[in-house]
Design a protein around this ligand. Structure first.
Ligand code: SF4
Length: 265
């Protein structure tokens, strides 16, 4: 043994610069796990034409089972008009529908039209939406969106994705909610935090960004299911497939779920 190695045994553990890829997992447990994840073949049905047919069938089976389990699944926000839904959806960012529903009755009693929201006293608007969090930004977005609606759309919420996306505080999720729920227009799939989590657990996607997840869901489900599939996933996410401890023993799609997050004990 060389004197250097006797003095510093750490040298023996250092990874050689050009170690063959196959040898890396043996170095550490953490290294092994990481490589396993990196090498996991994509099971994204949209990107795997070989499995595409079976994954479509499985996705539709899941859709049917969830429909049977949650026949009344629908948007949980309270509203009467497209404008109210738009405002409520802007408020729902980083908040819960339940919290938003406690705020909107007073808000909608005070302001009825886009012009009234646009002309509102900003501090008053902020106070009214305070409990939904990020109230300054939300009040500003609501006022900005309503100003555009009042001035450029004759006070009516636009029915085109392109126009909706020009409104402050409106991204694809909000636009999809408004288009799907109030106008019955399937332009995309609503991807909120529940849909994001469940789409991954159910192997509908391997993506993490909402817009990419939405693309995968649009490829996986037929267009006439785009609106309802998000309601079903959101309901299932709230009822059983919660983030921390999913209630898999009660789950109606347990046999179709391949998630590593399953809790069966
Ligand atoms: S089996 Fe568990 S993880 Fe899979 S969908 Fe059902 S509740 Fe969610």
């Amino acid at each position: 043994m060389s004197p250097i190695m006797r003095k510093s045994p750490v040298v023996l553990l250092r990874r050689p610069k050009k170690l063959p890829r196959k040898a890396i997992p043996r170095l550490t447990r953490r290294g092994s796990l990481r490589l396993q994840l990196l090498r996991r073949p994509s099971r994204n049905p949209a990107k795997s034409p070989v499995t595409r047919k079976t994954d479509h069938a499985r996705a539709l089976k899941i859709y049917d089972r969830l429909t049977a389990a949650y026949p009344d699944a629908k948007c949980a926000l309270d509203f009467d008009t497209p404008l109210q839904l738009l405002v409520a959806t802007i408020l729902s960012a980083q908040s819960t529908d339940k919290t938003v529903n406690t705020v909107t009755p007073a808000l909608f009693r005070k302001f009825h039209t886009a012009k009234q929201f646009a002309d509102a006293d900003l501090p008053e608007l902020e106070t009214l939406v305070h409990s939904t969090g990020f109230y300054r930004n939300k009040a500003k977005s609501i006022q900005g969106a309503c100003r555009i609606i009042a001035e450029e759309h004759a006070g009516k919420v636009p029915q085109e994705m392109e126009q909706l996306l020009k409104l402050p505080g409106v991204a694809r999720k909000t636009a999809n909610v408004v288009l799907g729920v109030t106008f019955g227009k399937a332009e995309g799939v609503v991807v909120d935090t529940h849909v994001q989590r469940l789409a991954v657990r159910l192997d509908f996607t391997t993506e993490s960004r909402p817009e990419k997840i939405e693309e995968d869901l649009m490829k996986l489900f037929p267009r006439d299911k785009w609106i309802q599939v998000s309601h079903l996933l959101i309901h299932h996410g709230r009822a059983l497939c919660q983030a921390r401890r999913p209630r898999c023993l009660e789950c109606p799609i347990e046999d179709l779920c391949r998630s590593a997050d399953k809790v069966l004990a």
